[in-house]
Write a protein that binds this ligand. Sequence first.
Ligand code: UD1
Ligand code: UDP
Length: 360
Amino acid sequence: MPSPVLHVIGARPNFIKAAPVVAALGERGVAQRVVHTGQHYDERMSDIFFRELGLPEPDVDLGVGSGSHGRQTGALLAALEEEFTASSPRSVIVYGDVNSTLAAALAAAKLGVPVAHVEAGLRSFDMTMPEEINRRLTDQLADLCLVTSPEAVGHLANEGIAVDRVHLVGNPMIDTLLANLDRFDPAAVQAAHGLPSRYVAATLHRPANVDDPGTAARLVARLHEIADLVDVVIPVHPRSRGTLTAAGLDRHPNVHAIEPLGYVEFVGLVRGAVAAVTDSGGVQEETTMLGVPCLTLRPNTERPITLTHGTNRLVTPDEVVPAVRKVLEQRHPVPRETPPLWDGKAGPRIADVIIGSLGE
Ligand code: UD1
Ligand code: UDP
């Protein structure tokens, strides 16, 4: 039995990005091992995605769970080192920018195991974001930087990363979106949750927006102003539950604060929305493909291609209500060219690059 290519996944967006890569390597007959770190563990933050996306059951769940950055990253590092030592992978594939990503890259690099980073090179240039720290360090450690968006190639070059490590492969999160398009049914999700047919879909979970009770309360006040114009449906991320609820999120009759949704229901919700109001990375990309106007409550984005080729716009809390009003008045949003290589074939391209790197 050859030693496996090992995927490390742990948080909600990881599962969605990994599904097409695992499938493509499987089709090419590569021995694989899927390691769940347990960073996310609620049924609706984890298991539901494995069922919906046909991901294989993880071979192991390290059960690391939640904690401060230092504690969580330290626990991930220790558990992953043990796992890699025991399973001797040929290569470790990591996804995105979460703490599980960085810990896996560091544990593997120290053991001399080659690292492939899917979604390399994105930069917000905002080092107050934990994700930016994770991205930069992971790319330094990665032997293969697998890039979703052309500007990321330049970012990696500027950081001294050799061009032969960098491969523009497209976006596997979009592979998952395109593969499941037929399943996204706004009417079904509206019926299942008793929702109106006209609404804004909202998500909030960035620490800068939701951790401080005062900031969270100011955003809830804006969501209530939006709800004066149109219903707001918000599947509440567990990180945000405390502060948003304490700020009275669901005290407005037109706000529908619901549990996190599975992927199929969530994208169905977004597809049927008049607009998305969000601070999610993935939602900026998905709305670009679905043609749903996206208002991102952040001062920056590591995904500028969603601004130039998509429907995304960065807004401050003061700008978001007028921006929603404008979207509601606008009749025909301008269609744009979709980003290069967001064509549903990133998974196979990634598999080919990884297999090429194994020297077989
Ligand atoms: C993490 C990622 C973030 C990503 C997000 C996707 C880091 C640093 N952050 O943020 O980049 O956008 O995942 O959703 O890795 N919790 C639960 N149940 C769960 C998971 C979390 O209740 O299944 C709660 C816990 O109170 C936990 C908090 O959410 O402390 C935050 O979880 P954590 O994984 O540390 O960070 P996220 O905010 O989810
Ligand atoms: N998502 C989901 N259910 C939800 C909210 C989001 O399935 O209730 C999906 C969404 O479609 C996208 C991914 O989760 O594919 C984005 O994850 P998240 O916003 O948690 O993280 P980020 O992309 O900001 O890192």
